[in-house]
Structure formats: C-alpha cells, structure tokens
Design a protein around this ligand. Structure first.
Ligand SMILES: Nc1ncnc2c1ncn2[C@@H]1O[C@H](COP(=O)(O)OP(=O)(O)OP(=O)(O)O)[C@@H](O)[C@H]1O
Length: 251
C-alpha cells in the first residue's frame, strides 16, 4: 500500500504512431514539493495534460487520493481536489482581480440557487476571496482590472485561482516562464508558502528554483522517468547528468 496522494503507473500516451509518454511511474507524497524536469519535448506538459484530464492516456493508471482518475473529465478531477494552474488566458482581462478570484471561488460551490442561503454564502465567498488575495499579497490590487496587472501579478492571481477550491494537489506548469530574476524569486517564495500543507507537482525550467524549492525531483527523458530523488541525489546521479543536467548544476 502506498502513502502517495497521486500515483502514476505505467502511464502511456501516443499521438498517432508516435509514443510520447512511454511508461511513466511517479509517486507524489501528500505534503511534498516535487518537480518534474527534463529536456524540451521530453513530455512534461503531456504528463500534466494526462493527470489533469485534458488528454486521455493510451494506457496506464492515475490514482488520486485512492480513486482512479485516468480518462475522467478535467472538471471532475478538479472537484476531487486536484487543481492545475489556470493559464493567464483563463483570467478575464476586463474584470477586476477580485471579480476574477470570486468566480474561481464560486465555481466549486456549483450553481445552487437556494435564495435563503444566498446571503450567508455571499459573505463566505467574499471572505474566502479576501483571504486568498491576502495569501498571494494582492489585497492592494483587488479593484485593479486584471488585464492591467504586471506579469508576475497575473501569475499571483493565477496561483490564487488555483487555490480557490482548496485542493490537495496543485500542478504548476512553468510558473516562472518569462519572469525577471526578481519576479522569479518573489514567485518562488509565494509558491513555497501556498503549497504548505498540500502536495505540489511543478514543471519548471529554472534549475535554481527547482533545486531550492523541491523536496524531490523526477527527471523525465524521452517519455520515461529516469530518476527520482532528493535534489542532492539528482545532482549526483550520473545518468541524469549525462541525459540532462550536464555540468550546469554540478557545482
Ligand atoms: N497533441 C499533440 N499531437 C502530436 N504531438 C504532440 C502533441 N502534444 C505534444 N506532442 C509532442 O510530444 C512531445 C512532448 O511534448 P511536451 O510539450 O509534453 O514536452 P515538454 O517536456 O513539456 O517540453 P517543453 O519543455 O519544451 O515544454 C513533443 O515532441 C511534442 O511535439
């Protein structure tokens, strides 16, 4: 019996004749920060698409919190407590920060239309939204139009939206892409805070961030996990250095 909150077993995905994910095994423990790294085209985003339900696996199992979720629709997987970062394109640019986040908070409550609960629900939705804004330090920007936020502020909003349903597992796909060093450091700190008490699976190309943030790292090369271990173990692994890291992080 495994303690993992998320388990991938023999996961495979082909596009036409080409097998891109070639038997991936991976375990995410309940409170760990786990990075999935690997060269361009290794299949990292495809793994995320499979786990979040955007793509159907060709074979294999995905077990989340004791339930098989392979092939289930994204909304259902999300409702079970696995949340993938919303891309910036999911932010409504003309709505305010508060309005965007409130929509994300309301989504898991469904569309119950019981008038006698509306007032109390409104208050709790507002409270929850404010708490999330504080958590990602956007409370001062609540009334700003989302489309006018800076890039890293948009990413913070995106992270808050990911947290809205209080997920057990968060998947973040390249959250630092396109950021300056300063923005990267800020966002890394934020991710560290908001992932506390949850499991995080992150795909990120910035190796400094990956090695500083992760409890464990899995290395995906050509659709297979060639190693999983602590940052120190991964850094010292000869196969990983040969296939991916090279001398970059050898020091
Ligand atoms: N829908 C698709 N149809 C056909 N091939 C695809 C499809 N999606 C991805 N691929 C191919 O699968 C391979 C893995 O892509 P994927 O985006 O998962 O890699 P990645 O590790 O996330 O890469 P990067 O680090 O560059 O983001 C690539 O060769 C890509 O061209």
């Amino acid at each position: 019996m495994s303690d993992a909150i998320l388990t991938l077993r023999g996961l495979r995905k082909s596009f036409g004749e080409t097998e891109i994910i070639r038997g991936v095994d991976l375990e995410l423990l309940p409170h760990e920060r786990h990075a999935l790294i690997g060269p361009n085209g290794a299949g990292k985003s495809t793994v995320f698409h499979l786990v979040s339900g955007m793509l159907q696996p060709s074979a294999g199992e995905i077990v989340f919190d004791g339930r098989h979720i392979e092939g289930r629709p994204p909304q259902e997987i999300n409702r079970l407590g696995l949340s993938r970062s919303f891309q910036i394109t999911n932010i409504f640019p003309r709505l305010t920060v508060f309005e965007n986040l409130r929509l994300a908070v309301m989504r898991p409550h469904g569309l119950h239309r019981k008038p006698w609960t509306l007032v109390s629900r409104d208050a709790s939705v507002r409270e929850h939204t404010e708490r999330l804004l504080e958590q990602v330090r956007l409370q001062g920007r609540a009334d700003a139009v989302a489309g006018e936020l800076s890039y890293s502020e948009q990413r913070s909003l995106e992270i808050a939206m990911t947290l809205a349903a209080d997920p057990k597992v968060i998947l973040l796909d390249e959250p630092m892409a396109g950021m300056s060093n300063e923005e990267t450091a800020y966002t890394a700190g934020l991710i560290r805070e908001v992932s506390r008490g949850r499991a995080l699976l992150i795909v990120e190309h910035d190796m400094q961030v990956v090695f500083a943030l992760s409890d464990r790292i899995s290395v995906l090369v050509y659709g297979q996990v060639i190693a999983t271990g602590t940052p120190a173990e991964i850094r010292a692994n000869p196969a990983v250095r040969e296939a991916y890291l090279g001398e970059e992080v050898a020091a």
